[in-house]
Structures are given as structure tokens and as C-alpha cells.
Design a protein around this ligand. Structure first.
Ligand SMILES: Nc1nc2c(c(=O)[nH]1)N[C@H]1C(S)=C(S)[C@@H](COP(=O)(O)O)O[C@H]1N2
Ligand SMILES: [Mo]
Length: 247
């Protein structure tokens, strides 16, 4: 009985959140997609890994959230995008989906938002607490219509490190996790360039290197083997970092 109430409550909240978004075609598409809620809700109710990362209070936010890895993207295209306030940035959703998406920053900001204050832990031995805002990746995936054969979400980034594109990936449990968001704001401000402007992933139950910055694309795949070095991420391919970087 209790479980049932949880389900009904979660669904009601989900539907009312969806009803608040405006009527333009991309939102219509997202909301229609969101109504096939089975997978996300199924996972959220405990058929996947549902542990939540700890969340903190505003007084615990670090005064400065340092940058790590790429601190900027040194391309003409990125300089132009920055000068335009990232108004023309697109995030693509491709691969094993029924509807490929190309979302603008305005689209991302107009979706139902989640704000969370979490601690970022880098393997290099530092941590910082920040408040992140953005839509849950699950909403975007529902709109795209993830096909049954998909097993991983791959995150494509605009930057290169040592000449190779940064990328990362997670399984669908982490992709649909409620704290997995596409963040466009840090501490209530647009994401600084240092921290991955205009969009970066937050994958809160995993180490820092999973949180792809300068996000340009999300690709649904059934295998990581054909991608780059085949280990599912930039550092996994090079330094032997674990692909599942749970904390
Ligand atoms: N695109 C991209 N994403 C990235 C990196 C990077 O170099 N490029 N570095 C990773 C590492 S190791 C960490 S700890 C975090 C750092 O995020 P921050 O710069 O906001 O502190 O981003 C991760 N995501
Ligand atoms: Mo890191």
C-alpha cells in the first residue's frame, strides 16, 4: 500500500511538472516523451541502483569551485559561442533512440529543473561542494525514446586534452538516476567556462572525471568497445581509471 502511494505521488508530481512546460514543438515532444514514464519511474522505484548521493545545505557551498582538466576550449567555434552567450549551442541526442533531438540552451532551461547541492570528489585528491541546476537526463531520454537495445549513454565534449576528445559514459541506471542532471548553472549563475560552460553532466554517485564538461552530444549505444580506446572514457582509456567510479 505504502509503495503504491509513493508511485501515485511520484507520478502526479511528474505529470504536474510536465504540464508546466510551454507548448513549443520541442517541449511538446519532451512532454509526450515523458509520458512514456515507465522506464525512469521503474528504475526510480528501485529496480535499478537507487542510492542517492548526499546533498548539502547552502551554508556548506564552497566559496570557489575550482576547475580541473580542461579549463577552457581553445577553438574558434567555442570563442564565438561564448561571445554569443551560448545562444546557439546545441546538445544532440543520437544513437539508439526513436527521435534524435537537438536542444538549445533555451530548451534545456525551459524543461523541469532540479537543483542539488553535492560534493564533487576528484581522484587527484580534492573536493568541492557546489549547487547545480538543470533538467534530469531521464526527461531528455524519455523524449528521445531510448530503444531497448541501448545499454550506455556516451557524453561527447567540445574540448580536447593532449589532442584527443574528452568523452565519458555511464550505464542506463546512472543515466536515469534522479540526481543525474544536465547542469547549466553553478551556485545560481550560468556555468562558468572553467566548469564546463554552457552544459556539463552531473553524475553524483561517481568520481569527478565522469562529469563531462562542455557537453555537445549524448549518444545511446549498446557497446563502448568501438568508441575511442574502448574503455568508456578519456581517462579510462589512458590512465586505467575505473569505468564505474562509484563513491
Ligand atoms: N570535457 C571535460 N570534462 C571533464 C574534464 C575535462 O578535462 N574535460 N575533467 C574531469 C575531471 S578529472 C574533473 S575532476 C571534473 C572537474 O570539474 P570542474 O572543472 O568543474 O572542477 O571535470 C571532469 N570533466
Ligand atoms: Mo578529476
Amino acid at each position: 500500500m505504502k509503495r503504491r502511494n509513493v508511485l501515485v505521488g511520484a507520478l502526479a508530481a511528474f505529470v504536474s511538472a510536465c504540464n508546466e512546460v510551454s507548448e513549443t514543438s520541442v517541449f511538446r515532444n519532451i512532454v509526450d516523451g515523458a509520458q512514456s514514464w515507465h522506464r525512469g519511474l521503474h528504475r526510480a522505484l528501485g529496480f535499478g541502483r537507487i542510492t542517492m548521493a548526499p546533498e548539502f545545505s547552502p551554508s556548506e557551498i564552497s566559496p570557489f569551485f575550482r576547475g580541473n582538466g580542461s579549463l577552457d576550449v581553445n577553438t574558434e567555434a567555442y570563442r564565438k559561442a561564448e561571445a554569443e552567450g551560448f545562444a546557439n549551442w546545441r546538445l544532440s541526442v543520437t544513437g539508439l533512440v526513436d527521435n534524435e533531438l537537438s536542444l538549445s540552451l533555451a530548451d534545456i532551461r525551459a524543461l523541469p529543473q532540479r537543483t542539488q547541492i553535492t560534493r564533487h570528489d576528484c581522484v587527484e585528491g580534492w573536493s568541492a561542494i557546489g549547487q547545480w541546476t538543470g533538467p534530469q537526463l531521464s526527461h531528455v531520454l524519455e523524449a528521445a525514446g531510448v530503444q531497448d537495445s541501448a545499454r550506455f549513454a556516451v557524453f561527447r565534449c567540445a574540448d580536447t586534452l593532449g589532442g584527443s576528445a574528452y568523452y565519458e559514459s555511464v550505464d542506463l541506471d546512472d543515466a536515469y538516476h534522479p540526481q543525474t542532471i544536465i547542469a547549466h548553472a553553478l551556485n545560481g549563475q550560468p556555468l562558468p567556462v572553467l566548469n564546463g560552460a554552457p552544459l556539463r553532466m552531473r553524475i553524483e554517485r561517481q568520481l569527478g572525471y565522469k562529469h563531462a564538461k562542455y557537453l555537445t552530444g549524448i549518444e545511446l549505444v549498446d557497446s563502448l568497445t568501438p568508441i575511442a580506446g574502448g574503455k568508456g572514457g578519456y581517462w579510462e582509456d589512458r590512465a586505467g581509471y575505473q569505468w564505474y567510479a562509484g563513491i
